[in-house]
Design a protein around this ligand. Structure first.
Ligand code: DAH
Length: 339
């Protein structure tokens, strides 16, 4: 049974030993255990409160005040320690979670245009700056637009199945094929538009060729057509020479070598001197009056020039690429060089 002396003694012992125990806790969990021992149900403070009833009523008030003083003082120490420990635990949690804002970022991989598209854009831009518009035509063509309208005779070898990929189109009464060049758009465009015409036509073309360093069964061309009342061979030369200088550099020299195409008369190949050698760049010529007639233009009222160039070839010349297949394999190590 607790005597008054016992109660005072215990409270004094607690009041002197507990602060060090509270201060020695290092986590909020440890502090909760200490708190239970110091102020909980089985603590000396709880015992003292329970013992109050047995104390002489004269003394009860003083002892009650003492219990409250000790309990309040210890509770104050516990609350203060809890604040300290909570704060350091939060700081530690934040530090463990921290993001280093000073680390350099990782750049996302951004797609780009394929080098073939880049070269198409470069070529087209040069002509657009000269006042040409841009048109596109169907990749599956009729033999009329691909050959006949362009004055290519029925007997021409390019019409053979060994050269051209025909499409089985049921009972179509003329040949249907994957276009072998972009020139059919000359005829389609002139049928749809009155002169003057200044147009370039980029697009895919198809031939029964093997895939090797300089050939592909699918490749790209840019076609050009200028028709007006007084277009001369001088206009053709000036325009294409200017193009070569823009595309390959302002010191580029060009020369025109006579050639034959059924849809131009006269016809030529333009060669350019670049990187120490002459390169064949494109085919060109004055639009054959027979083509004007085929599309409903009056050959006595207009003249024009036309040209066609292979985009893969232009890309190889421009970037010093030796094997056309590099352009088609989509090897990222190659493509990354042209971002
Ligand atoms: N269509 C020709 C070819 O694929 C290229 C060509 C030559 C186009 C002369 C033209 C031209 O417009 O005038 O080989």
């Amino acid at each position: 049974m607790n005597t008054l002396m016992d109660i005072r003694q215990e409270l004094q012992t607690l009041a002197s030993s507990a602060p060090a125990i509270i201060a020695a806790t290092t986590t909020t969990a440890e502090l909760a255990d200490a708190e239970a021992a110091i102020t909980g149900k089985r603590s000396p403070i709880a015992m003292a409160r329970r013992g109050l009833g047995k104390i002489d009523p004269e003394q009860r008030r003083d002892v009650g005040i003492l219990i409250k003083q000790v309990a309040d003082a210890l509770q104050h120490d516990i609350d203060q320690r809890r604040n300290e420990l909570t704060e350091s635990e939060e700081t530690a949690a934040l530090a463990a979670d921290a993001v280093d804002m000073t680390l350099p970022g990782r750049a996302p991989v951004v797609g780009t245009h394929h080098v073939i598209q880049q070269v198409i854009d470069e070529i087209v831009d040069i002509f657009v700056a000269l006042g040409f518009t841009v048109a596109r035509g169907p990749e599956i063509e009729t033999s009329f637009y691909n050959f006949t309208a362009l004055n290519i005779p029925d007997t021409h070898p390019s019409r053979l199945e060994s050269d051209t990929m025909y499409v089985d189109f049921g009972d179509a009464d003329e040949g249907v094929l994957l276009r072998t060049h972009t020139s059919p758009m000359q005829a389609r465009y002139m049928e749809q538009h009155d002169p003057p015409v200044y147009v370039v036509v980029p697009g895919k073309v198809f031939r029964a060729d093997p895939l090797d360093p300089t050939h592909s069964p699918v490749f790209h061309q840019v076609e050009g057509l200028a028709v007006d009342t007084n277009i001369t061979f001088g206009d053709l030369k000036g325009t294409l020479e200017m193009f070569a200088k823009q595309f390959l550099g302002k010191d580029t020299e060009v020369k025109f070598i006579p050639h034959y195409f059924p849809f131009t008369e006269p016809s030529a190949e333009m060669h350019a001197f670049s990187n120490g050698r002459w390169l064949e760049l494109l085919g060109c010529g004055m639009v054959n009056p027979a083509v004007f007639e085929n599309v409903g233009y009056d050959p006595s009222a207009v003249t024009g020039f036309a040209f066609g160039m292979g985009v893969e070839r232009m890309a190889m010349v421009r970037h010093g690429i030796q094997d056309l297949r590099h352009l088609l394999e989509n090897d990222a190590r190659v493509l990354r060089q042209f971002v």
